[in-house]
Design a binder for this molecule. Structure first.
Ligand code: C5P
Length: 229
């Protein structure tokens, strides 16, 4: 199903983002815009880049509940399909984000919680005062976020089965760190292929550089979409 592929448009340049979205939208369920783009071009740039495509807006919000609720309300006119927040902001913050999103009714953005950034290892987490390792912290924060009203989680492919075992089929699992067989890893260390991640239970896979750095991004996206259809 083409709809499971999300293409990450990781560029701060508006014309490049527009060209990529035009080329990729027919082959993807959504495009992902992040902080790098949104902080430079703002809501107007978002509209100009999206050109009507469905958007996963990856801003990883983290602040006091009142501020995060206000931030989500500020995004509602843009109608992103998915918005990220940090589960580490706590249950009240997650609930505030979910309640703010609900104000948009049926077309509300779904709230995805980020648990532990993949840039952390156990030692890095320990430095922040979290003992017990990343796997335990991912599960703890996932439980907190889902109980507080998050629609789903961003997770690595290697966390899918443990999260499905713990929380069942309902949470949306959105999975970056995906590499088609033979693709360059870049800075992603623990990857899965698109087929493996979908077979493991991913609702959506997020793919950036293997598509955007390809000689023909549209063909690269189409090949991935076909591989998981
Ligand atoms: O280019 P690549 O396929 O590695 O891009 C993956 C996208 O997913 C990037 O936008 C990256 O910021 C994002 N991401 C990630 N790992 C996470 C969360 C988000 O790679 N844990």
């Amino acid at each position: 199903m083409t709809g499971r592929l999300i293409a990450a448009i990781d560029t701060p340049e508006l014309p490049r983002a527009q060209a990529l979205v035009r080329a990729l939208a027919p082959h993807c369920g959504m495009v992902k815009l992040g902080l790098e783009f949104f902080l430079r071009h703002g809501p107007q740039g978002y509209v100009a880049a999206a050109q009507g495509a469905d958007v996963f807006l990856d801003l990883k919000l983290y602040d006091i509940p009142n501020t995060v609720a206000g931030a989500v309300r500020s995004l509602l006119p843009l109608a992103p399909r998915l918005v990220t927040i940090h589960a580490g902001g706590g249950a009240k913050m997650v609930a505030a984000a979910a309640e703010a999103a609900a104000q948009a009714g049926a077309a509300r953005p779904k709230i995805l919680a980020v648990t532990v950034l993949t840039s952390f290892d156990g030692a890095g987490l320990a430095e922040t005062g979290v003992a017990g390792g990343t796997a335990q912290q991912v599960l703890r924060l996932a439980r907190l976020a889902l109980a507080a009203g998050a629609d789903g989680l961003v997770c690595s492919a290697h966390e899918i089965s443990i999260l499905r075992d713990a929380f069942g089929e309902k949470p949306l699992l959105v999975v970056p760190g995906i590499r088609p067989a033979g693709a360059a890893l870049g800075d992603q260390a623990r990857v899965m292929t698109p087929e493996q991640a979908v077979a493991a239970g991913a609702d959506y896979i997020v793919v950036g550089r293997p598509i955007t750095n390809a000689e023909n991004p549209a063909m690269a996206a189409r090949a991935i979409a076909e591989a998981i259809s």
